[in-house]
Write a protein that binds this ligand. Structure first.
Ligand SMILES: *Cc1c(COP(=O)(O)O)cnc(C)c1O
Length: 406
């Protein structure tokens, strides 16, 4: 570094060992070279069982592959490091993860508060299946911590938050909600866990455990895998005791992620930072362009200053990603629009490198009753786009051509 007088001075290198950065963690956590050959990539251990060294002597705890598999373990180590925890467990889908989460951490008689705009499949699991096992659910506006506080009962044991929500991108203040859960836990004399569905933001943009929340769930199907070629889920707990409960259920209920899918998700995670930066850059450009288009009646993107959750998002997230919803006013407008997109593929799901576009009311949220859908802002004219990492000019051009037909 040059000083004012022009003399060269060496910058002191800090002696303290620094923790590896996020990108380094994505590439290396859990990815030890294979001991026999030194293979850089953890192999796909496609086996159901393991030969024991002798009577009563399994090798390093490997007895049966539902219980433990080295490829899955490598992914779980990577996932735990990403969210800043000690334990993670991988499941056959995001919904399998949520099912295992509920089997592990709530029981009959418990009350759970859920973000009112939660993913349709989450709502279906909670309201159509788990409710019949004696767990009660209330869907509340988690964007307002005081509404959450008011909804707590003596039976409340969990707050299940999604932020940003799907598809209207509502933002909940995770630190404020963790504070509410902590003080209300004290008041009712029982722990209220805050669980965050971090699928949309990913740990690249948002770290719920660092904000005081207890558990993170993921659909790895989306950004973590990132290539639309695997379905999977994960649970990451701050408290090792919770982690042990999840691990017990993972083995007992058995909704595990396969070795091949574990390999795919591990591989996807290695490029997570590169992809998320690209999704974010393209997302911002597309959102700004859509916001200025005369045929777009309303737009939902937390990166726009006009979005009601913008200030909280700017504080708790380090980027906004590529998820955008916008309203074209009617289902007829949506039909002519979606029939003409070419670069954006018409399909459910999100978070892949390719742009995907969908109509929440008839696709992802078809399982939500019509009145409930409207209450959540899922209007007939709403379109959701998962902006991919193609050249942004091509995405904008595609949307422009399709909007011209509306
Ligand atoms: C897709 C999704 C899920 C469910 O995950 P699957 O892998 O499809 O089972 C849960 N939450 C959110 C926010 C999702 O987008």
């Amino acid at each position: 570094m040059k000083t004012k007088t022009g003399s060269k001075k060496l910058e002191k290198t800090p002696k303290k060992a620094r923790a590896p950065g996020f990108a380094t963690t994505c590439v290396h956590a859990g990815q030890e070279p294979e001991p026999l050959t030194g293979a850089v990539v953890v192999p796909i251990f496609q086996t159901s069982t393991y030969v024991q060294e002798g009577f009563g002597k399994p090798r390093q705890g490997y007895e049966y592959a539902r219980t433990k598999n080295p490829t899955r373990l490598a992914l779980e180590t990577q996932l735990a490091a990403l969210e800043g925890s000690a334990t993670a467990h991988a499941f056959a889908s995001g919904m399998a993860a949520e099912t295992s989460l509920m089997l592990s951490l709530v029981k009959a008689g418990d009350h759970v508060l859920v973000s009112r705009n939660t993913y349709g499949g989450t709502y279906r699991l909670f309201s159509k299946i788990l409710a019949s096992f004696g767990v009660t659910f209330d869907y509340v506006d988690t964007t307002d911590p005081q509404t959450v506080r008011a909804a707590v009962t003596v039976a409340t044991r969990m707050l299940f938050v999604e932020t940003p929500t799907n598809p209207t991108m509502e933002i909940s203040d995770l630190r404020a909600l963790a504070d509410v859960a902590r003080s209300e836990s004290g008041r009712i004399g029982a722990k209220i866990r805050v669980v965050v569905d971090n699928t949309f933001a990913t740990p690249f943009f948002q770290k719920p455990l660092a904000l005081g929340c207890d558990v993170v769930v993921h659909s790895t199907t989306k950004y973590l895998n990132g290539h639309s070629d695997s379905v999977g889920g994960a649970i990451i707990c701050a408290d090792p005791e919770d982690g042990a409960k999840i691990g017990f259920t993972q083995n007992a209920a058995g909704a595990i992620l396969s070795p091949f899918d574990s390999f795919l998700v591990s591989r996807g995670i290695k490029t997570l930072p590169v992809r998320m930066r690209a999704h974010d850059a393209n997302g911002r450009t597309v959102a700004a362009w859509l916001a200025g288009h005369p045929k777009v009646k309303k737009i939902f993107y937390p990166g726009l200053p006009s979005h009601p959750g913008h200030a909280v998002a700017a504080r708790q997230m380090s980027g906004y990603g590529g998820m955008i919803s916008f309203d074209l006013g009617s289902v007829e407008a949506v039909k002519s629009f979606l029939d003409r997109v070419v670069v954006c593929a018409l399909g459910e799901s999100l978070g892949g490198v390719e742009s995907l576009i969908s109509h929440p009311a008839s696709m992802t949220h078809a399982s939500v009753e019509p009145e409930e859908r409207l209450r959540r802002g899922i209007t007939p004219g709403l379109v959701r786009v998962s902006v991919g990492i193609e050249d942004v000019e091509d995405i904008v051009q595609d949307l422009e051509n399709a909007l011209a037909a509306v």
